[in-house]
Design a protein around this ligand. Sequence first.
Ligand code: PMP
Length: 433
Amino acid sequence: MTDSNDIQFSRKRTWSHDLPISYLMQQGVENPGVLSLAAGLVDQNSLPVSITQSAFQSLFSDPGSAREALQYGTTAGSLSFRKLLLAHLSHLEQKSAEELRMTVDNIIVTTGSQQYLSLLGEVLLDPGDICLVAAPTYFVFLGVLQGLGARIISVDTDESGMKMDSLDTTLERLEAQSQLNRVKMIYLVSDYENPSGVSLSIDRRKKVVEIAQKWSKQHRIHILEDLAYRELCYDGPVLPSIRSFDQTGETVILTQTFSKSFAPGLRVGFGVASKSVCEAISDKKGNDDFGSTNLSQHILANALRENLYYDHVEYLRSVYREKRDCMLDAAETYFSKLKNIHWIHPGGGLYVWMTLPDSIETGFKSTLFQKAIHEDKVMYVPGELFYAYDHGLGCNEQPAIQKNHMRLTFGVQNSQGIQEGMKRLSNAVKSFI
Ligand code: PMP
């Protein structure tokens, strides 16, 4: 008898099993010689060690502030930190808080933006409710939705992000099927999508607010805007959020993180929503952990207040711009002669999305993945993970799973590792062309 034979797990437990992220991490551990173009980690060498050290020193030089930081905080997060977040958002949008229709009361600090995404799913979605997503999109959020028993509907996407005519038609179809009352949200990673690297065009940012409001007939359909990669922009300024086009300030819920632009180990993210949604999230969070790490918030507050944060982001942009260019150059060198392979040039973020001919599958069980990992010693993330899967719930109306993509990241490896990884990968792919 195995350990789990006599355990009666909850129904919810059965909706979250065999997580691909666990499998990927296990592959990394079991195959130490493998060069990873898969791990979604940030660059190890550019982590802000001295800024964090001086923030700690400054905090601990005053016993009063040190004690405050070592004490429990509040569920919504430190008030002085939330004030800085408001100023930070104003700075990024180049608009005042009034113009953005937000106050500190609209902000909740969470343990990474992942916690905000989960909490929001918990308070808005019942099993069987519908969330519309881009195809492909961030697979951990797909896992969150599946774990809640939500139905995921994929909407067509091109190089300017989710297609608005497809979104409108999907909502029209759902209304005709009397399912509109189950639609609760539209999830969008507006900037440098994980995995495809594409950003939603400005026109579409305006349009999606209009569409969500038009179809909010029986109840509000929220847009959940995930801005995880917002500040990692390499070819131009930070883009205006979808939230900035929301005249009501109530349709769009925005979430952002310091994981990519500063340090994921601090686990600090936050979200902005209407007062009623904040209240719901705060009640749930109160039951879960009654507040995220107070100490991390004090460290980040110090970095923001002293402008050290903004200097660091500038520095990161130059580091990642170089690494992005290195990966694109290596793609040109090693893949351009192979037929029917193309990839997207991302303007920011951490990922390059590569498409192989339709006949070449890239999944965990595929011959390509197994050859890459065991013979060529290189790892990527199979593209099919980023499409909504039906985990036995029978809930995905349009699975639209494409099996011939790879997500590659230039986050972790240095330029030598990126070049060597791309060379190994092209060797793996070559034998299938
Ligand atoms: N959203 C997206 C699109 C991500 O890629 C990630 C992390 N990889 C997150 C949210 C969550 O990150 P964190 O919890 O570290 O803020």
